[in-house]
Design a protein around this ligand. Structure first.
Ligand code: F0G
Length: 406
């Protein structure tokens, strides 16, 4: 398992501690050994480690990640005009987001390499996941988050798991720069952001699960892009399954960003030369990122797959979050709803089977639901008042013969 630089192509031997190209400093990707791709790897067991033959290291620390539901969404699919719409619900992972797939691999390697502590900058989910896996491994965890910009559920996870939390007075991008510097100067601190190519190896298993569940690759996969590690990891997974002959075609990768935080869309759709926006802003705090560290990989994934990138507004994101919750019983956080928001406004040509990746659980960010129209009343504790309240909240319910109104 070698490493290759995504910018200059320089090859380096397997080294869990090498997180950027020794020649040009750009991001690295893991290459599977040719004999692995040429052979017939056997998959056994469940979850991320079912795909152990295609992953670096072994499962030293696991909380039972992966194996999330791929939910057929017929009502929403009809509404959006998509014959076979699926939602891969990554909120079903142990800490409630897709990050756990990567963290089991990253932390397991960290232990094998004998590191003394782990660190990350985060918009919330990475820190929650890293803190949980570090706790299980008995490693100290250092977390940098943008002060006041992290959803309540995520921060409480990092607190509960005992991470040392620095609330940086600045943006996520500034926190990211800081933690990169910290890791450069303190070699004993292992960085677990998605710049770590080994962590992304765990995240590619999402693609494997989708292929095994459907028996083929879907026509399109739609997912949110923030630091842009996940779109690249999932694309890599599909490519590897294709190389192994497990699927016959590749899906189009559709990357979605929030209107106010869309540096990748500016590059991919508008031809901008620099992948950066100043002061990113969106209700989807998970993807409030102006300078994605994996932008080269993401641009390649979207372009090579024949996919596209586009934006959605905050209002569209919140409407999609409501649709998923009320039509399909899936409660996801705002960033995780952005793919549905995109499909509402843009038709993907000739895409009959579409998989949306819902990246994180709705309970992560309970405050975001505050803007939804609510049907909720405080009532005195008697049946008459209860009936009156329900018929008021749900006018006409009595007339429709429902048992609750007066
Ligand atoms: N969706 C959710 C819920 C996320 O938490 C993130 C990233 C993304 C999508 C975007 O994934 O960065 O691989 O493109 N969250 C990171 C964090 C940045 O710190 O938790 P990406």
């Amino acid at each position: 398992m070698d490493l290759r630089c995504v910018a200059c192509g320089e090859r380096s031997p397997h080294d869990p501690l090498l997180l950027s190209c020794p020649r040009c400093g750009e991001a690295l990707e893991v290459l599977l050994a040719p004999e692995v791709l040429a052979g017939k790897p056997e998959f056994a067991g469940r979850g991320v480690w079912r795909y152990g033959p295609l992953l670096p290291g072994g499962p030293a620390v696991s909380l039972g990640e992966g194996d999330t539901g791929l939910h057929r969404c017929e009502r929403l699919g009809r509404d959006l005009g998509i014959p076979r719409l699926f939602v891969k619900n990554e909120g079903e992972n142990p800490t409630g987001s897709f990050k756990d797939r990567g963290m089991t691999v990253g932390i397991s390697l960290a232990i094998a390499a004998g590191v003394r502590a782990v660190a990350c900058a985060s918009t919330g989910n990475t820190s929650a996941s890293m803190a949980a896996y570090a706790a299980r491994a008995g490693l100290p965890a250092f977390v940098l988050v943008p002060a006041g910009r992290v959803a309540a559920g995520k921060l409480s996870q990092a607190v509960a798991h005992g991470a040392a939390i620095a609330e940086v007075e600045g943006s996520f991008d500034e926190a990211m720069e800081l933690v990169l510097e910290l890791a450069r100067t303190r070699r004993e601190v292992y960085l677990l952001n998605s710049i770590n190519p080994y962590r992304l190896e765990g995240q590619k298993t999402l693609a494997f699960e989708v292929c095994e569940a459907l028996g083929e690759a879907p026509d399109a996969v739609v997912l949110p892009m923030g630091n842009a590690g996940n779109v690249s990891a999932v694309w890599k997974g599909f490519q590897e399954f294709r190389a192994l002959g497990r699927i016959g075609r590749l899906p189009r990768m559709i990357g979605v960003q929030a209107e106010g935080a869309a540096p990748l869309v500016r590059v991919l759709r508008d031809g901008a030369s620099e992948c950066r926006v100043e002061r990113p802003e969106t209700v989807a705090t998970a993807i409030r990122i102006g300078a994605p560290v994996n932008w080269r990989k993401a641009v390649a994934a979207v372009r090579l797959s024949g996919g596209e990138a586009g934006t959605v507004t905050d209002a569209e994101i919140l409407a999609a979050q409501r649709d998923l919750a009320r039509l399909e019983g899936l409660f996801v956080e705002p960033a995780a709803a952005s793919p549905i928001a995109y499909l509402r406004k843009r038709r993907i040509p000739e895409a009959a089977t579409v998989v949306c990746v819902a990246t994180g659980h709705g309970l992560k960010d309970p405050d975001a639901v505050g803007t939804a129209p609510v049907r909720r009343r405080r009532v005195p504790a008697n049946l008459e008042a209860l009936r009156a309240a329900f018929s008021e909240v749900w006018p006409g319910s009595g007339a429709h013969g429902l048992p609750i109104g007066s």
